[in-house]
Design a protein around this ligand. Structure first.
Ligand code: CP3
Length: 352
């Protein structure tokens, strides 16, 4: 539903938070998952000689990297620059993010004792997060900052596999074969994720996104029994803070209803599911998505025609936040994302 345009004075009045609450918006708000990072030459320059996790713990770098896409694109929200494994690193898990590979864990979790050896997270573990969020919120003004955490299943996969995995076979073997270890591990990660999100919201983040990137590896029945209660606990704890909760996964066509029921205000949709079908599945919830991230490699008019289809489909939902259907691909041309942002923000929502 359109609304006449007056510039927002606070994040609360921004198009992003209005859409997240299902209120009328002046334009469809847009941001991009992984909008900060390797697609930006200014990011690559800053990161020269600095490890990924090291950069996440240095407020000067976190603030600058988070702001880079905001300056370049004028997107409707900033996403905090960090990684889903950062809170594990902060509590002392021996892990690193290897360039071109992803998170690698030195001693993968196998037993109950391994789980119990992981400390719970408190604000004292992450003072650099509090400081970075505070500084960002002060600098962003009316533009909202999205905090995030990895959901229990996706984070468990890195901890159990020891690194990135396609099949998540060891993870699912634990889920099926060692339910008490699985339950303890999922509770542990859920507690860490919730505490980590609480720190970000306490420091001023206006919304949170729970990334369950690899949940698409599960059947609905297994998701409901072994994963959903733990994600629900994270979302429930954050719910009491009064900020919108976005819940996103990849390959989740058959899980979208459950991901909404887990306690999301906004359900993130990957590009494989037509937004119209997703809206039918998530009930009276706001949706986020879902342009195929490879469409930015197409001619601009092809990309914008497909973006228009996404915006039009989104009008059937309680609210719609435009995004790609997964993260920005590192070889993306930033100028094309600038054109996409401009297209979405100026797309007329009035009916002729
Ligand atoms: O702009 C943003 O979206 C904020 C930054 C962000 C990063 N990671 C920075 C990052 C966010 C939101 C994440 C979340 C994340 N990390 C997820 C969930 C989102 C998704 O893509 O599904 C996952 C699964 C991870 C784990 C992870 N960390 C992977 C798979 C990789 C890529 C490995 C590679 O090099 O290809 C990382 C590393 C990472 N996280 C980079 C960035 C910018 C690249 C590291 C670098 O620049 O050296």
């Amino acid at each position: 539903m359109p609304e006449t345009s007056t510039p927002a004075a606070t994040p609360r009045e921004s198009a992003f938070l209005k859409a997240a609450r299902g209120e009328p918006v002046p334009h469809t708000p847009v941001w991009f998952m992984r909008q900060a990072g390797r697609s930006l030459p200014e990011y690559l320059k800053l990161r020269e000689g600095v490890g990924m996790l090291e950069s996440c713990m240095e407020p000067d770098l976190v603030v600058e990297i988070t702001m880079q896409p905001v300056r370049r694109y004028g997107v409707d929200a900033a996403i905090f620059f960090s990684d889903i494994v950062l809170p594990l690193k902060a509590v002392g898990v021996d892990l690193d993010i290897k360039p071109g590979i992803g998170p690698v864990v030195a001693s993968p979790v196998e037993t109950l004792a391994d789980v119990e050896a992981i400390p719970d997270l408190t604000a004292e573990h992450v003072p650099f997060i509090t400081e970075s969020v505070r500084r960002l919120v002060a600098g962003l003004g009316a533009r909202p900052l999205i905090g995030f955490a990895g959901a229990p299943f996706t984070v468990a996969s890195y901890l159990v596999e020891g690194g990135p995995s396609k099949e998540h076979a060891r993870t699912k073997a634990m889920m099926f074969g060692a339910p008490e270890v699985w339950d303890a591990l999922m509770r542990k990660i859920a507690g860490i994720a919730a505490a980590y999100l609480e720190v970000q919201v306490a420091a001023g983040a206006s919304a949170v996104q729970l990334f369950d990137s690899w949940a698409g590896a599960l059947t609905p029945a297994d998701y409901r029994e072994h994963v959903m209660p733990h994600s629900a606990r994270v979302l429930q704890r954050v719910g009491s803070l009064g900020v919108p909760r976005i819940h996103f996964g990849v390959g989740t066509s058959n899980l979208l209803g459950l991901m909404g029921e887990a306690g999301a205000d906004v359900v993130g949709v990957d590009w494989r599911t037509p937004l119209a079908s997703a809206i039918g599945l998530v009930g009276d919830r706001v949706v986020q998505g879902n342009l195929d991230p490879t469409l930015v490699f197409a001619p601009t008019d092809v990309m914008t025609a497909r973006a228009a289809e996404v915006i039009e489909a989104g009008r059937a939902a309680r609210g719609h936040i435009f995004n790609l259907g997964h993260g920005v691909i590192p070889s993306t041309d930033p100028d094309q994302l600038a054109r996409l942002t401009e297209f979405v923000q100026s797309y007329p929502l009035e009916r002729d």
